[in-house]
Design a protein around this ligand. Structure first.
Ligand SMILES: [Zn+2]
Length: 116
């Protein structure tokens, strides 16, 4: 790729020697051109990357959101299954009263052993 804007050459004032404001290199093109053709293409490619990175960040947010929703769903399904067996429930509204779950019971034993 040339730095020159060959498509400008046939137009009036289309073959001026300019200095690129971005890379300072000399290029030929319309006298109103401020950047060479390579720097112009680079700016377009960079803008495309930035737009895609913004979409990627948005997608990653959606992935986090759906993972949180799936985790909450999984948790509620396990709670529903466990509540079919009242002795697993530590909630006060259990017909047997507030019993510890297995994990809470193990934690209590572990705490007792640590204190001893
Ligand atoms: Zn340039």
């Amino acid at each position: 790729m040339s730095r020159n804007w060959l498509e400008d050459f046939d137009h009036d004032n289309g073959c001026y020697e300019n200095a690129c404001v971005s890379c300072r290199a000399t290029f030929f093109g319309h006298k109103r051109r401020v950047t060479c053709k390579i720097c112009s293409a680079l700016a377009t490619a960079t803008a495309k990357i930035e737009a895609l990175e913004a979409k990627l960040a948005e997608s990653e947010g959606l992935i986090n959101e759906i993972n949180d929703a799936r985790a909450a769903n999984w948790h509620l399904q396990r709670r529903r299954e466990n509540d079919q067996f009242e002795w697993f429930s530590s909630t006060a509204d259990s017909v047997f009263g507030p019993f510890p779950t297995a994990l809470e019971a193990f934690a209590a034993v572990r705490q007792e052993n640590t204190d001893a």
